[in-house]
Design a protein around this ligand. Sequence first.
Ligand SMILES: [Zn+2]
Length: 589
Amino acid sequence: MLLALCNVAIAQSPAAIGYHVQLSDAHAHTLRVRVDLPPGAAQQEVQLPVWNALYQIRDFAQNVRGFHAHDAGGRSLPVEALDKTTWRIGNAEQGAELEYEIHANLGGPYGAQFNQEHAFLNLGELLIYANAARGQPVTLELENLPKGWQIATALARNQQTAQSATFFADSYDQLVDAPIELGTFHQTSFVQDGANYQIVVDAAPGDYQMSSLSSLIGKIAAAEVSWMQDRPFASYLFIYHFPRQASGGGMEHANSCAIELDAGQLASDPLDLESVTAHEFFHLWNVKRIRPASLEPIDYAHENYTRALWFSEGVTTTVAEIALRRAGLLSEQQFLQSLAREIRTLQLRPAHTWQSAEESSLDTWLERYPEYGSPERSISYYNKGDLLGVLLDLEMRRVTHGKKCLRDLFQWMNQHYAMHHQYFPDSAGVRAAAEAVTGADFSEFFDSYVSGVQELPYQQLLATVGLRLLRHEVEIPDIGFDSVRNEGERPIVVAVVEGSDAAKSGISPGDTILKLNGKPVQQEIGVLLASLHPGEVVRLQVAGLKGTRELKLKLGVRQEEQVEIADLETITSEQRARRGAWLVGEAEK
Ligand SMILES: [Zn+2]
C-alpha cells in the first residue's frame, strides 16, 4: 500500500544486509533474528543501538540471547564481543550469517513488543547494523506470522504471503524509522489532497470511534499541510494503541507515527488525542525533515547531544496548537487557558532561573532519573520551547508590523534546509531563519531567552495582541509531598514535607502513587489536586518498599500563584487585528 515510486529502483539494487525476523514464541516474547552479512572485510563489526525512539540510553543488548555466526556452509565463525553492544565477526570475507534471539516485551510507542495479542516493533531495538554498511540498502523478512495477523508499516513492501512478508529500505536508518504493527487491528484509510492516509488502531472496539478519529486526522492533516504549503509524502500511517491501563505518549517517524493513550483518558479528555496527533504529525516536518545538525549522523552507540530540542519538540507543540485552532478543534479561550498553564508551569519551577532551554535540551538524557525531574533541578524543553515558539511568533510580528510570523520561519527553514536535504545548525539556524524572514536582529531574543535565562517577556509581547498576564495568589490543596512523573508512568514521590499528614501516614521518597480516590493516576498529582479542596480527605493507593497499601490523607493548604491571560483594558484596532492573525497562525494582510 505504501509503495512510493522512488523506491522501485532501490528494490532492484543488491541489499547489503538481509534481515529475517521470525515471530517464534509469543508466549515467551521471543523473536529469532538472522542477519545475512554480504561478503566484505575479513573482520566485520556489528552493533545493536543503545537508544532508539526516546532520548534515553536503554541498552537493548540486555535482551539479546545466544549471539553466534556461521558461514553459508554452516561452519562456525569467530565472534568477539568488543563492548556491551558491539561484536566483531572474523573470517567474514565470504559473508556471514549472524543469529540471535531477542526478548521483546516493552509496550508503547517507544518499545518493541511481541505477545499473543499483537506485535509492535521499533526495529532499532531489535536489529543490529554493520558499522561499515549502515548506509546500504536492506531487506527485511518477517516470518512465521500468526494466522490472521495483518501488517501495517510505512516501509515499502516487496511481497506478502499468509506466513511471511518482505520489505526494503535504502538504509538501516530508514528501516528503523518505520515501526511495524502486526495483529488483528482495525484500520481505515482515506485520500486527501492527493495523499493516502492510513489509520490503524489496536484497542477494544467500544473504546473509540474510527469515523471520528478519521475525521479528526483529516482536519489536522489539512491544517498542517496548508500551513506549511507542502506535503513531502505520498502516504502517511497513524498507529494508535488505546490500552485500558496507565500509558501515554507518541513517537514521530518520517512517514508514520505511533501514539498510545489510555482508553479511560481518551474518553475523559478528547483534547489529549487531538494534541498528541497534531504534535506527532507536525514532526514529519519539524525534526524529521527540518532537522538539527546535532542529531545527524545518528550515533546509535552513544548519546546524540543537541541544544535544539526546545525548537524541535517545544515549538512543534506551538505549531500543533496553531493547527488545532485552524482546524476548529481549539477555541481562543481554550488556547489562552492552556498558554496560561504553560506559563505557570515554567514560572513555578525554581530551575527556570538557571537552566536554559538549550541546557534542558542537552540534559534530555537525564530524564530517565526521577531526581532530575524535580522542579529545583530541571525545566522542560517542551514547556519552555512551546512558550518560546509563542513569543518568537509575537516578536516576529512586532518587528515587522504584522507582516511576518512563525509560519514564514517554518516555510523558510523547510525551503532552505529540508528541501535541500541539509540540516540546520541548531539554535543559530533558527535565529538565522528569523532574521532572514524579518530583516531584524534576533541576537538579544536568542541570547536572553534561548541560551540565557532572562525572565520571558510575557507582558510586553502579549500586549501586542491586546492581552495581559494577571497573577494572583490563591489557596490550593497541599498533599504534603512532591512527585515527578515520566510520560506514560505513575508519579513517584521525591520529597515529603516534614510533619505533614503524608509523612505521618508513612509515605516516603521512592513510593509510587497508583490510585487517587480509587482511580488510576495518569496525570501529574498537581493537575488532579486542582479539582480538590483543602481539608478534603483523599484515598491513595501507594506502592513501595513497604508494599502496596491504601492510605487516607487530609489535604493541607498552601498559597500558590495562579496565572490568567485577560484582555487589556483598552484594545486598539491594530492589537485586535494582530490577535486575529496570530490565533490562526497567519501574517496580517
Ligand atoms: Zn515530539
